[in-house]
Design a binder for this molecule. Structure first.
Ligand code: M6R
Length: 602
């Protein structure tokens, strides 16, 4: 997704814009650009390619000025090219904009502007915005923006600079993220907090349709009627170091190793004397719920699959787990007796956000499980439980996933407690939860083994993953991790389904990862594994002590922990196998091709 930076300062604008865009690289991009307001002129430099290409282009220019906007573009309308890059500028170069999101009615707006004599230089949807601003500008940029916003259908985070208001950057949003920062040296806008941290930890959050005007020493806020509004300045508890690699080669590896710590943080204060404490949900009455939906995308959806299994077992409330992009179009059966849970690391995923809004509209009680403080999903849900994973920079989600699993475990237990179900059985589970960080650390010590397991995939084009029950959710996530970072085609199957079709794929040398961590069905998975070994598969087995088989290529014995917590343990080797396979194949681990960290368009 696109990344945006903006600044009004008494110092130079460019260094902030560029470092911010670097911090936003994880969002994925194919071109980059900046506009600086310099001596009452807008100077725009933009180029297809990476930030190093932009810096190269900038090295031939003197771009000095105190106000500016920057952008990394992830193409949606129009190929990656110099012309399609942002910022976009009006004909007489008095207004420049950057945009993240999609203007759905841009064709109609473009036709209107063409009829008025405007010329377009790009194929983007975004360019209509700058020409509309030009068209409606009658001496007051806020009034022009107010009119333009009434014309736009779609999503946007927008930043505008104009020579007519030389100290200011005007910023607004709808369904796309942007956060505002303030320090003694200036005021800032950015798509995400890591872009601000080197300059400030003091931020304001915008709601949809709010307008912020950056000045060098303060920010003015307005609602959509241009009435001034007050915003609270929030201190962000992350430090800049937390957003750096900390000596690891990649963010993904660093984030994998952070899991013992962030699991501990996520548990902190949430367990007391054999009880789960989730004060965030204290006001919910769980008794009227006759069903629940757990909704998310990608890795967060896999966390939902595990969480739903646990929630249903514990509360006996039936749970339907759905991918957000399906849920929103499936006309789900929701009413005031439905609990809807939305899981999202970024808290900005467009499909998950739309699903949340649908559920709210239909009177469901909504809970968000989010990682990013103040993100849209976390603000719009009725209740929010935060994972405490800290900033996750690598595109492949690792620590966000395991902390989501921890929160969903706590949620199942908490809801059961509130419904007076099986609470007496929790002593063991709670003791095991407290041991989790240490056990995850122990599994991380076996990293060299997982690097060896990755060697099986060095020449492979395909990999198979099998498991049952909670292990099925784990192998789905293992397969997703492998394919997204190493580009090895990977599929996950319910072990019991193998003989209904997929086993036809197995031949001599096939690589198959099997997880058999659930005591009540591990033996059945082992039988399915034998069927694949008989057909020549090299099986890498993750199982419990006593369930080993002598004809697996490799066997990893999982630590002794409550079965409901094994998904968190198993995640670690599967993440590291994906990581080392990607390294063997020379892939860009942190920024896999075609992927974006935060998917803020449908
Ligand atoms: O920010 P979210 O958790 O809502 O993101 C959902 C997915 O886009 C995300 O988990 C994606 O699948 C990751 N690349 C997986 O590693």
């Amino acid at each position: 997704m696109c990344g945006i930076t903006a600044i009004s300062t008494k110092k130079e604008a460019l260094p902030f814009l560029l470092q911010g865009l670097e911090k936003l690289e994880y969002r994925g991009y194919d071109s980059a650009g900046v506009t600086i307001l310099s001596q009452n002129q807008l100077k725009t430099i933009k180029t297809k390619g990476r930030l190093k290409d932009l810096k190269e282009a900038l090295s031939h220019q003197v771009l000095k000025g105190q106000v500016g906007i920057g952008h990394t573009r992830w193409a949606t309308h129009g190929i990656p090219s110099n012309l399609n890059s942002h910022p976009h500028t009006n004909e007489d170069e008095t207004i420049s904009i950057v945009h993240n999101g999609i203007i759905e009615n841009y064709r109609e707006l473009k036709n209107f502007l063409l009829e008025k004599g405007y010329h377009f230089h790009s194929e983007t949807d975004s360019e209509v915005v700058v020409h509309l601003l030009d068209y409606y500008y009658k001496g007051d940029i806020l009034k022009a923006l107010q009119i333009v916003l009434t014309k736009l259908v779609g999503s946007y985070a927008l930043c505008v600079v104009t020579t007519n208001h030389p100290d200011e950057v005007v910023i607004t949003k709808k369904d796309s993220p942007i956060v505002i920062g303030k320090s003694d040296s200036g005021t800032y806008g950015a798509s995400d907090i890591p872009a601000l941290l080197e300059y400030t930890k003091e931020v304001y959050f915008l709601n949809d349709h709010d307008i912020a005007v950056l000045h060098p020493d303060h920010v003015d806020f307005y609602d959509c009627d241009l009435k001034p509004i007050e915003k609270e300045l929030v201190n962000i508890p992350y430090d800049h170091e937390a957003a750096q690699k900390d000596g690891y080669d990649t963010f993904m590896l660093k984030e994998i190793h952070e899991q013992p710590h962030v699991i501990k943080e996520t548990l902190r204060g949430r367990i007391s004397q054999d009880q789960v404490v989730l004060d965030e949900l204290a006001e919910i009455d769980f008794s009227p719920f006759n069903k629940a939906y757990f909704v998310a995308c990608g890795t967060a959806y896999h966390a939902c699959l595990s969480g739903a299994n646990i929630f249903e077992r514990m509360t006996k409330i039936p749970v339907i787990c759905q991918v957000a992009s399906e849920f929103r179009y499936n006309d789900p059966a929701i009413d005031e007796h439905t609990l809807c849970l939305f899981v999202s690391q970024s808290g900005e995923t467009a499909d998950t956000l739309a699903a949340l809004r649908l559920a709210k509209k239909q009177q469901a009680t909504t809970i968000a499980v989010a990682n990013v403080l103040g993100s849209t999903i976390s603000r719009e849900a009725d209740y929010t439980i935060y994972t405490c994973a800290g900033p996750e920079i690598a595109v492949a989600s690792t620590k966000a996933y395991t902390t989501q699993l921890v929160v969903l475990m706590l949620l199942g237990m908490y809801a059961a407690q509130r419904l007076d179900k099986k609470v007496d059985l929790y002593h063991d589970l709670i003791q095991n939860l407290m041991k989790l960080p240490e056990l995850v650390e122990n599994v991380l010590q076996d990293e060299p083994l997982f690097a060896i397991y990755a060697e099986y995939l060095k020449e492979a084009h395909d990999a198979y993953f099998i498991g049952r029950s909670l292990d099925y959710a784990s192998v789905l996530e293992g397969a997703l991790k492998l394919k997204e970072v190493s580009y090895v085609h990977a599929d996950a199957y319910i072990a019991g389904e193998l003989k209904h079709g997929p086993i036809a794929l197995i031949e001599k040398g096939s690589v198959l990862f099997a997880v058999a961590s659930q005591p009540h069905i591990a033996a059945k998975t082992i039988s399915n594994i034998q069927e694949t070994i008989a057909r020549g598969a090299n099986v890498i087995l993750f199982t419990l002590k006593g369930m080993e088989i002598n004809n697996a290529a490799e066997t990893y014995i999982l630590p002794d922990i409550h079965p409901l917590l094994q998904s968190i343990i198993v995640a670690i080797p599967l993440q590291l196998i994906a990581y080392y396979t990607a390294c063997l194949k020379g892939c860009d681990v942190d920024k896999p091709r075609n992927l974006a960290k935060s998917v803020t368009v449908e």
